[in-house]
Write a protein that binds this ligand. Structure first.
Ligand code: MN
Length: 538
């Protein structure tokens, strides 16, 4: 069988796009069809029929219709892999077909007047009876006479699409009046704002699609925790975890004048921490999984001195993944903890970890960062208002560059901005890029910024710390608690919130942040589907 997908693969870089690589054609022959609404450089609908284990495809600028009086231009494009049937998401800008895609309609179809669809298409005419949710009845695709139409560019052919006068025909029917996905109920705008699914093209098709919506912990698990006395076994996320010293205070009471005085005044116990961690773990996990995790441990609580714990302890449960760093020097940690499931974070909290610092690279490629990190590090004299000025200047610069990024408060005094990047960059690449951006922003407000390395020489000014972009340098992870009174949290923000007069770097604690999550969702989620190339700037 010829490789129908050769053109499809040639046009795409699967390290950069979430689209399926389509390694194989489907062994058994099915009869699915799909129509995707695709906002690329221009809006169009992609009409695809399953033929010989691939999707034969046309791009229809004005979309298919039930209106029998309308003839639509349909550009015959390359065959797509069968995995594309359920592809809904965001193709990064700059990549082939960059834009957002929804599954506008899907169902089954049958060829009419032929049992050899591929030959019928080669001859230039396909009659298809479709059984979709929106599209029903007989569609006809006919290749245009080369004399009648100018030949289009490249390998694409101009065809014509029409709907027959049959029982399903509806005059005046307009696809734009039916804008939602039949898979997720979402519009293209909604998918763009929060891509529902990630597509891992390096995995087999049946494992490739990963829901980005976290599974919530049910209340029974929290009730079970409250019933354990001082210590015991907690069944959580399908694991039996030994939990200890549940009534020990791990965070002092929040200060009266602190930004986190909104929580109640009591100190925070380990039991309360474990309940928070179990609730937030499904939300935080996508930023941690597949990465070595540096744990900031405070076994005697945030009021005492903490230390970095990087090694996977021998007493860790067997299911907790470890990773051997091939570059570890003598005396350095060799085996790191990797939190690949929510229960791993609960385990870490019971182990006294009051902060999660994920590596910026995955264990699969430790020298390739996933994010360009912008760390706005306030000096002693930097006011919160100064820091917001710096954050907003970065916002403007990133918008100008067309880069997808989001800010978060650290839970202490700072703000960070995370910029997801495609595979293949080195830490030196991202460091230089962030440095260039920092210099550009710094020129606008030289009175706020110091470029000195030593704290003493900074004269209390802020530092735009691009040096965080280095292997095994870590920033606090999204949704991690911080070891400070009241248990503040590092919270992802939308860009608009930088203009909110009530914003504070330590505004939310483990007692208040879940309400915010419920109301606002996770502003970082969009980053998971937005790996991008870093544009050059001058
Ligand atoms: Mn398309």
């Amino acid at each position: 069988m010829p490789d129908f997908l050769e053109t499809y693969r040639r046009k795409r870089d699967f390290t950069r796009t979430p689209e399926p690589a389509g390694a194989d054609v489907r062994p058994e022959t099915g009869n699915s069809f799909v129509v995707q609404r695709h906002r690329a450089s221009s809006l169009h609908y992609d009409l695809r029929f399953e033929v010989d284990g691939v999707l034969v495809s046309w791009a229809v600028p004005k979309g298919p219709t039930l209106d029998p009086k309308v003839r639509r231009l349909a550009m015959h494009v390359e065959d797509h892999p069968i995995d594309y049937l359920h592809f809904e998401g965001v193709i990064p800008s700059g990549e082939y077909g960059g834009g957002d895609v929804i599954v506008w309609d899907t169902g089954t179809w049958e060829p009419i007047h032929t049992d050899d669809s591929r030959t019928a298409i080669e001859k230039g005419e396909l009659h298809a009876e479709v059984y979709g949710e929106k599209l029903r009845g007989r569609l006809v695709l006919v290749r245009r006479d080369d004399k009648g139409e100018r030949a289009p560019q490249g390998d694409k052919e101009a065809w014509m699409l029409l709907h027959k006068h049959d029982d399903h025909a509806v005059e005046g029917w307009d696809p734009e009046e039916h804008p939602r996905s039949v898979l997720s109920g979402r519009t293209n705008e909604e998918v763009k704002a929060d891509p529902h699914h990630a597509w891992h093209s390096d995995r087999p098709a049946d494992e490739a699609e990963v829901s980005l919506l976290p599974t919530q912990l049910d209340d029974d698990a929290i009730d079970a925790l409250s019933e354990i006395e001082k210590e015991g076994t907690w069944e959580v996320f399908g694991r039996s975890l030994k939990v200890t010293n549940l009534d020990k205070v791990l965070f002092p009471a929040p200060g009266k004048d602190g930004g986190n005085s909104k929580g109640s005044g009591a100190p925070v116990t380990k039991r309360e921490l474990l309940a928070y961690v179990a609730r937030i773990a499904p939300v935080a996990l996508p930023y941690l999984e597949g990465r070595a995790l540096n744990l900031h441990r405070f076994p005697d609580g945030a009021g005492a001195k903490g230390f970095w714990h990087k090694a996977r302890p021998d007493h860790a449960p067997e299911w907790l993944r470890g990773w051997d760093n091939p570059d570890a020097d003598e005396g350095e940690t060799t085996t790191y903890v990797v939190a690949d499931e929510p229960a791993a974070l609960v385990w870490a909290a019971n182990f006294g970890a009051l902060e999660w610092h994920p590596w910026n690279s995955r264990t699969a490629a430790p020298h390739e960062p996933s994010y360009a990190l912008i760390d706005l590090d306030p000096g002693e004299k930097t006011t919160w208002e100064d820091l917001l000025v710096l954050a907003r200047l970065h916002r403007t610069a990133l918008e100008e560059l067309g880069v997808t990024a989001r800010p978060k408060v650290t839970g202490k005094r700072g703000i960070q901005i995370w910029v997801p990047v495609v595979d293949g960059y080195s830490f030196e690449d991202t460091r230089e890029w962030v440095k260039g951006l920092a210099r550009t922003v710094g020129k606008v407000v030289p009175e706020l910024v110091s470029w000195e390395w030593e704290v003493k020489k900074r004269k209390g000014l802020a530092r735009l710390d691009y040096t965080q972009n280095a292997i095994n340098k870590t920033l606090v992870g999204p949704w991690s608690m911080r070891p400070a009174p009241g248990a503040p949290v590092s919270v992802p923000l939308t860009w608009d919130e930088l203009d909110d007069p009530d914003l504070r770097p330590d505004r939310w604690t483990i007692r208040t942040v879940l309400d915010r999550l419920e109301e606002k969702g996770d502003p970082f989620r969009v980053l998971l589907g937005s790996a991008q190339e870093l544009p050059a700037f001058t």
